[in-house]
Design a protein around this ligand. Structure first.
Ligand code: ATP
Ligand code: MG
Length: 292
C-alpha cells in the first residue's frame, strides 16, 4: 500500500526508543512520539503495514488525553506540527497527524493494568490458580465481567512478556502513597472510559497505563485507550454470542492462525484483503469513539 509508514529517522535528533509500533525522539525536556503503521500480533512485528493505523492511534490517544484531563494531568503538549521545535520542522509533513509532542517525565516502571473483564494473562492466571489480581473468584468463564474493576500491576520484562506482580510487590519499588495514587487513578480512568465506550458499542475489557513523575507530580504518559494498549471487543457480538472479538486485530490473528506459521519464526505477509479489512476496523473504532 502506498502511503503507509514503516519507520522514521530525524537526522540530528536522538531516537530514544523504537518500540513495536512507535518511535520516540528526545527533544530535551520534551519527547516526540511518532506512531508508524507497523502492526504486531503474537508478539511479532508483522512484515506488512496497516496504512493509517499510526494516525488513528495517535488521534485516539489525543482524544482520550483531552477527555480525561480532569481525572489526571497528562504529558500531552500539542500535535500542531507548526508549533513543533525548529529542529524537526523539516519533517513536519511526515509528522502531521501521527505524532505528538509530550512532556518528558521520569518513568514509574510499572505497567498499571485495569481489568473489568477476565481475559488475556489474567485468564491464564485464573485458570491455574482461581485467583486474579490477588482476589479469588468462583466459576468465572473467559470474558466474564468482573464484579468490580481490578488493578493488576505488571513489570516489563526484556522478553517482551509482562510479568504480573501483586500490589504488595509493587509497593517495594514504588512509594506506598504513589502506589495508592496510581492504583486509584488507573481504576478511575478505566471506569470512565469503559462507560463511555460501552455507550458507543465497544467493550473496553482491560487497559494499560504508564505514569511518570514531573515537578513533584504524577502524570499520565505514553498512549491511552488505543487498541494497542487496551482490549476492545465489539459490544453487539459480546452481548449476542459472547464472542470476544478483538476489535482491531481479529482478521489478522485469524489469518495468521489459518497459515502454517509456527509462531516461532518470521511471520508471513498479510494479504491485501486482510489489510483492508483491518484498516476499516481501526477507522470504525475511531469513528465510534470520537464522533458523537
Ligand atoms: N512522557 C514520557 N516521558 C518519558 N517516557 C515516556 C513518556 N511517554 C512514553 N514514554 C516511554 O516511551 C516508550 C514508548 O515506547 P513503545 O511503547 O513504543 O515501546 P515499548 O513499550 O518498549 O514496547 P511495545 O512496543 O511493546 O509497547 C516507553 O518506554 C514509554 O515508557
Ligand atoms: Mg509500550
Amino acid at each position: 500500500m502506498d502511503d503507509a509508514i514503516a519507520s522514521i529517522d530525524i537526522p540530528g535528533i536522538n531516537k530514544l526508543k523504537s518500540g513495536k509500533v512507535r518511535e520516540v525522539f528526545d527533544l530535551g525536556e520534551q519527547l516526540l512520539i511518532f506512531a508508524t503503521d507497523r502492526i504486531s500480533a503474537f508478539d511479532y512485528i508483522l512484515p506488512t503495514l496497516i496504512p493509517k493505523k499510526g494516525e488513528i492511534l495517535t488521534q485516539l490517544s489525543i482524544f482520550w488525553f483531552n477527555a480525561t484531563k480532569d481525572i489526571i494531568d497528562n504529558h500531552f503538549v500539542t500535535d500542531d506540527v507548526d508549533s513543533y521545535p525548529e529542529a524537526v520542522q523539516e519533517f513536519k509533513d511526515v509528522l502531521r497527524g501521527r505524532s505528538m509532542l509530550v512532556k518528558k517525565a521520569e518513568l514509574i516502571e510499572i505497567e498499571c493494568v485495569a481489568r473489568g473483564y477476565i481475559a488475556g494473562s489474567a485468564w491464564t492466571e485464573y485458570e491455574k490458580t482461581g485467583i486474579v489480581g490477588g482476589v479469588a473468584f468462583n466459576n468465572l468463564k473467559k470474558g466474564d465481567k468482573l464484579p468490580s474493576t481490578l488493578f493488576t500491576p505488571a513489570t516489563k520484562s526484556f522478553s517482551g512478556h509482562d510479568i504480573n506482580i501483586s500490589f504488595e510487590e509493587m509497593k517495594k519499588t514504588v512509594p506506598e502513597k504513589d502506589a495508592e495514587f496510581v492504583k486509584n487513578k488507573t481504576i478511575e480512568l478505566y471506569n470512565f472510559a469503559h462507560n463511555y465506550a460501552l455507550e458507543r458499542g465497544i467493550v473496553l475489557a482491560d487497559t494499560k497505563f504508564e505514569f511518570g513523575r514531573l515537578d513533584d507530580k504524577i502524570i499520565l504518559i505514553d498512549e491511552i485507550f488505543t487498541p494497542d494498549s487496551s482490549r476492545f471487543w465489539d459490544k453487539a457480538l459480546y452481548d449476542k454470542e459472547r464472542l470476544l472479538i478483538a476489535f482491531d486485530k481479529q482478521f489478522v490473528r485469524d489469518y495468521l492462525l489459518s497459515t502454517d506459521w509456527d509462531r516461532n519464526s518470521e511471520p508471513p505477509k498479510l494479504p491485501l484483503d486482510i489489510v483492508e479489512k483491518t484498516v476499516e476496523r481501526y477507522k470504525e473504532a475511531l469513528k465510534r469513539l470520537t464522533h458523537s
